[in-house]
Design a protein around this ligand. Structure first.
Ligand code: CA
Ligand code: CA
Length: 317
């Protein structure tokens, strides 16, 4: 079976507290952030995932320690949360004195405790709810407000659907989206499709640039019958389509990041094509699609992800 991947790429690292390797009961895991100057507004954002745990109290909490370590204040604690999904948390804070952010996980009795995972922790100046933060970056689609500029030639039960939460079939599809864990993603519902049936999602019109374009997105291909997900570039002047990227069969129980560099000097569209596999366990989902002019900033990850299990559970069409 697959192990859960991290939030950043699905194949990277994350921090884990309360591992079963810790033998003492009454274990407290503390993680200290860097020292932050006082009297400024900050936005702390991080992703967490919970595995196990019967009760949520003190599973994960965030404290602010004033630099002299005399005053500590709990600014956030975990309430009831789905298990095994990366969830986003956002906290705005402003303190007069220099402070440190501290993540704390408490395990009172060893047998009640599960695992707490943390990933992609950022602290930025400004409030989390300032208007410019709520707007998605240009060229980025999280599917939270709708389908952005994406279109479909036909819309029926076997097209791409926007959904939140898990898909109706067990052992396939994501449990939550990639953006916040409780948001929206686009997916194909294999139960409404037949083997080999295709669904196309077309991006809005994209400007050509000399040099490279970078396309990143997250994809979820989990299920024993998973089919194919392909990405094409379609030139607008002649309708010519070329394949940029393809994954065949089950890939992971986690969201994986795809990074694609391509060249196109003319106006074009990007097409996401999902093909239903051999069984109803072939839901395919995408989220957090980002189009940028210029080469991808961290291209070294592509070798890792493009070499990943392309031949796993191979299904021929
Ligand atoms: Ca990570
Ligand atoms: Ca989303």
């Amino acid at each position: 079976m697959y192990r859960a991947g991290d939030h950043t790429t699905g194949l990277g690292y994350y921090l884990l507290a309360n591992t079963k390797f810790t033998s003492q009961p009454g274990y407290i895991g503390r993680l200290y952030g860097p020292s932050l100057p006082g009297n400024l507004q900050y936005c702390l954002r991080f992703y967490y995932a919970i595995y196990g745990f019967l009760k949520m109290s003190d599973t994960l909490a965030v404290y602010i320690f004033e630099e002299n370590h005399v005053v500590q204040e709990k600014i956030w604690s975990l309430l009831e949360s789905p298990r095994g999904v990366w969830m986003q948390a956002e906290i705005s804070f402003k303190k007069p004195m220099p402070t440190k952010v501290v993540f704390m996980s408490l395990c009172k009795s060893f047998w009640d405790c599960g695992l707490v995972a943390l990933d992609d922790i950022t602290i930025q100046l400004g409030s989390c709810s300032s208007p410019e933060r709520l707007l998605p970056a240009p060229g980025e689609c999280t599917f939270e407000q709708g389908e952005c500029a994406f279109t479909q030639e036909k819309r029926n039960r076997s097209s791409w659907h926007r959904r939140r939460g898990e898909t109706p079939t067990s052992y396939t599809g994501p449990k939550g989206d990639h953006t916040t864990g409780v948001g929206y993603y686009m997916y194909i519902e294999a139960s409404h499709m037949v083997y080999g049936q295709k669904a196309h999602l077309l991006s809005g019109s994209l400007r050509g640039v000399p040099g490279k374009h970078c396309l990143t997105f997250f994809y979820h291909m989990y299920g024993a019958g998973t089919g194919l997900l392909s990405v094409y570039v379609k030139k607008e002047e002649n309708g010519e389509e070329s394949l940029l990227w393809k994954r065949r069969g089950e890939q992971s129980i986690s969201w994986l990041r795809a990074l694609i560099e391509y060249s196109c000097e003319r106006q074009h569209q990007i097409i996401f094509e999902a093909i239903r596999g051999v069984s109803i366990r072939s839901d395919i989902a995408i989220d957090d699609v980002k189009f940028q002019a210029g080469p991808c900033a961290d291209m070294e990850d592509t070798t890792q992800s493009s070499g990943y299990s392309e031949d796993l559970n191979e299904i021929e069409y």
